[in-house]
Design a binder for this molecule. Sequence first.
Ligand code: PLP
Length: 388
Amino acid sequence: MAERSYLDWNATAPLRDEASAALAAALSLPGNPSSVHAEGRAARRAVERAREQVAALVGARPGDVFFTSSGTEANMLALTPAIEVADDKRPRSRLLVSAIEHASVRAGGRFQREALDEIPVAADGRVDLAALAAAIAQSPRPLVSLMLANNETGVIQPVAEAAALVHAAGGLLHVDAVQAVGRIDCDIAALGADLLTLSAHKIGGPKGVGALVRRNDDIHLPEPLIRGGGQERGLRAGTENVAGIAAFGAAAAAARRERGREAAHMLALRGRLETGLRAISPQATVFGADAERLPNTTLFAAAGMKADTAVIAFDLEGVAVSSGAACSSGKVQASYVLAAMGVAPPLTRGAVRVSLGWSTTEADIERFLTAWRKLATALSKDERGIAA
Ligand code: PLP
């Protein structure tokens, strides 16, 4: 097969070597972590080591990490009216989420639809803190969910400022850090988060493993999503995915060790990409460019570009990118993130997301730019009616 460039790391990252080795080693462990014999204890050690590694990545204590089957499940687990803090066991009546959250947060977890309010974002892609303050004033003690960085634009959200507003009103803050962790600093205390969601496959672990991390044991989630055995301290029944969890831990350790170097590497290549993009198409729009962004993400659109055809054209040139607005069926819908930022159609349907990772090379960026040059030339011919 011809060489290809994978530039869709926000969809998923390749497995890190460390994670692959940990996965293989843990797959050969015969025991169940709940068993008391030596085989069981070995499996338990693999899970608990991973818990320490994941906790260290976000500055938490191992006892505050709960493994789940995905970031989606961790979000679902976090968003419940029954969440308790210290001695306050009164249910939370309202859930406030930003308008650009991942679908797994916008679905509202275990809150009724009527209890859910969306907080608007500004044109730069950051949540509107004045609107958040106003919503909090209307809804005392809310549970608020705000992502640390957006999956489409990469725009980093003012989480610590939001946390101060939320806590002053007796509220609690859940932070979906799935896209941010491993790319920017992500310390649960510095963020002011009460709960934090992580997903293994965005940091080089396997797909199908995630974690919900709590600030400390003041935070109590009394309602498991899956009932049965007492795994994950009663919060998630079912024999642990030992190999997946062990690999998540190894990926977390590598991400923690390499973050500074990898972020600088991605930022330099992203700079090269955006300079090249603008040189080829001076009118192209890079969304969220006025705000602080993840070092690896570019969401862009150009006049006449249709995301679905552009993604196919890039694919044929050996470059994997995604439509900013693809849903799980692969169909391109208008991007609700861009719509929330006030971007008008047809740009909301036309945006393409390019996301880089630790093994992206200059050659990948060149391949992308070569493909874009071809596509942009075809688009400008179309615009001038030459192709018609
Ligand atoms: N939250 C964000 C911001 C995401 O980008 C994703 C995945 O794309 C998720 C949550 C869901 O994570 P998972 O794929 O592990 O369910």
